[in-house]
Ligand binder design. Structure first.
Ligand code: C2O
Ligand code: CU
Ligand code: CU
Length: 611
């Protein structure tokens, strides 16, 4: 099944070196009479150690055999800085990889050479508001933006991706994302696998049509649940195989999928040794039977192949889990939370019925038809489901052979597939499937012991927070098919009182995904939400789960790695997660949102205003 398509680390490094040839070159438009190109220009007072030109372009990538796939890509060019600052993962849609050092001053000349607006966000990095790639700064086609900031994060695996207003999900899907690997002296002092033994692995799922072209969201259901692709594309390649020697490796895994959650585990039951999370190494390694990796999360593994037989293979899988689909929980998960006045109105409009339709949809199929048009289509949705034959004809459209079929066909297709709410992906959320293979190619002894201690971890204390007893509670709900945060949708430049935070304070924040039943909040979401906060990394201090969700929850919760620095936290249905986060250095608007990118694109996002 698996062909040997791998990162060619040597080529990877050669390409990294090639970038250095361009040292000291300066982009020509810098000398133009008017620098109209950039919505924000370079500042003469900023003296960068590293200068990079990064262009968003439409191009093609040889992802599958045969015809190349049209993709969008962040192409990087090193203008100034140490050799090896920039590397490409060859032949993929993924953006250049940036290797940066803590303390470096970096300037990015971002050129938007796409036919639509775009802006880049540096996910996980602590930068000022104007450098953070907030969608209010997205720039039109042909324009650009100059970013200038100092790397103020500890060693870790970060990323950058499009954060364009109402287009994040679709743009990331087309390829607009890449890795940033930061190192620092504390990490360099450790004896960790390096160079060809330090490997990034970007997990993404994609669907393709018969012409090898990417297929994205096919209707309201994909949008609502989040898009799930039909197959795994890892480091931009299908059937990814990692050739290794019998020695330890550092594997940096990024979940770069729009909405897919992975439950990582080796097929032979070998435990995983975790050495890092989103924003740094852990204080000490942690051993897990499996690890959950939600969209936007990163995990660093110490993978030791010592003693393995040359010629043998190991398979990294996503293992089965529950609780990722609404209504599969013991308690159904979709209970109405709203008994107030607002409920009456949606009922009358037929929107109230949608939610109920979702519940029905789980068993009867066709429920999603209702989601699209309310009561009127609720009936049709049901019909579509009943007429499996008719729906079946539309399956091609759903599975990505083009065409834009309405929800009725979608419902029928689901029924035909026998998956109901599981959606049309060939790899349903929570099912079991292969991710990548490791091939033990050769003997190589490297007496590299796993360090007992990794970094000094500065633990936040709840008692030091500004609000130790009154967490800023962010309640996740759904109303009229919209995902809401404290009953509100996205507002570009607004933050309410609960979202207004004093500069240089530690805050207790909680994400409540239906743990607390609140009147007038809309419906419980019934889905997991990977919640992300811009700015500084946070620490997770508590998780609580509703009793009626506990059984499903326990299929994932042992795989959470909550001991380290985090910028995304998966909040399961019926769960409340409490965290501690600092808001230092920069005033202004910093986003928090669901990193299910369809949810984000639909407005499951708000601002913190740091004052
Ligand atoms: Cu990776 Cu605002 O997101
Ligand atoms: Cu971010
Ligand atoms: Cu979400």
């Amino acid at each position: 099944m698996f062909e040997s398509t791998t990162i060619d680390r040597r080529k990877f490094l050669q390409l990294a070196g090639a970038g250095a040839l361009a040292v000291a070159a300066t982009p020509k438009w810098l000398f133009a009479a008017t620098n109209a190109r950039y919505a924000r220009d370079a500042s003469p007072d900023f003296h960068p150690d590293v200068e990079i030109e990064i262009s968003a372009i439409a191009t093609t990538a040889p992802i599958l055999p045969g015809k190349p796939t049209n993709v969008w890509k962040y192409e990087g060019k090193l203008l100034k800085g140490p050799e090896g600052t920039l590397a490409q993962l060859p032949g993929t849609h993924l953006g250049a990889v940036f290797f940066l050092e803590r303390g470096q001053k970096v300037r990015f000349y971002f050129n938007n050479d796409l036919p639509e607006a775009n802006i880049i966000h540096w996910h996980g990095l602590h930068v000022p508001q104007v450098m953070d790639g907030h969608p209010m700064y997205d720039v039109p086609a042909g324009s650009g933006y100059v970013y200038e900031f100092q790397i103020d994060n500890p060693a870790g695996t970060y990323m950058y991706h499009a954060h364009t207003h109402e287009k994040t999900g679709q743009q990331v899907y087309k390829g607009l994302a890449g890795l940033i690997i930061v190192s620092d002296p504390e990490e360099k002092a450790l004896n960790l696998p390096r160079g060809e033994q330090d490997l990034p692995i970007v997990l993404q799922d994609r669907s393709f049509d018969a012409d090898n072209q990417l297929v994205y969201v096919q209707g309201m259901r994909d949008r609502h649940m989040g898009f799930l692709g039909d197959e795994m594309i890892i480091n931009g390649k299908r059937h990814f195989v990692l050739p290794v020697a019998t020695r330890p490796y550092r594997l940096r895994l990024l979940n770069g999928s729009n909405s897919r959650i992975y439950k990582l585990g080796w097929d032979d039951g070998t435990p995983l040794t975790v050495i890092g999370t989103d924003g740094n190494l852990l204080e000490k390694p942690v051993t897990k039977a499996f690890v959950i990796l939600a969209p936007g999360e990163r995990i660093e593994l110490w993978a030791d192949f010592t003693g393995r037989k040359v010629g043998s293979e190991m398979l990294m899988k996503s293992l089965p889990f529950a609780g990722a689909m609404p209504g599969h929980g013991e308690g159904g998960g979709m209970g109405m939370m709203n008994h107030g006045g607002d409920a009456a109105k949606p009922q009358a409009e037929g929107h109230g019925g949608m939610g109920m339709g979702m519940m029905g949809g789980m068993t009867g199929g066709g429920g999603m038809g209702m989601m699209q048009h309310g009561n009127e289509t609720a009936a049709k949705g049901g019909e579509g489901a009943a007429k499996t034959e008719a729906g079946g004809h539309d399956m091609g459209a759903m599975m990505g052979h083009g065409g834009d079929k309405p929800a009725q066909g979608a419902a029928g297709a689901d029924e035909h597939e026998g998956m109901g709410m599981m959606g049309t992906s060939k790899l349903p959320q929570g099912s079991e499937y292969a991710l990548f293979k490791v091939h033990i190619m050769r003997e190589e002894s490297a007496p590299l012991p796993l360090p007992e201690r990794l970094i000094k971890f500065a633990r936040h204390e709840r008692s030091q927070a500004e609000n130790p007893g009154q967490p800023r509670s962010i309640k996740i709900s759904m109303m009229r098919m919209k995902w809401l945060l404290n009953s509100k949708e996205f507002e570009m430049t607004t933050a309410d009182a609960a979202e207004t935070v004093k500069l240089n304070t530690l805050q207790v924040i909680e994400f409540d995904n239906g743990y607390t039943q609140t009147m007038g909040m809309g419906m419980m979401s019934g889905l997991p939400h990977p919640m992300h906060i811009h700015g500084q990394q946070f620490q997770i201090i508590e998780r609580v789960i509703r009793d009626d969700q506990r059984k499903d929850y326990e299929t994932v919760s042992p795989g959470f790695v909550d001991d380290g620095w985090k910028d995304v936290v998966l909040v399961m249905p019926g769960e409340k997660v409490t965290l501690l986060k600092r808001f230092d250095d920069y005033k202004g608007l910093f986003l928090y949102h669901c990193h299910n990118l369809e949810h984000e694109e639909m407005g499951m996002m708000r601002n913190f205003n740091v004052i």
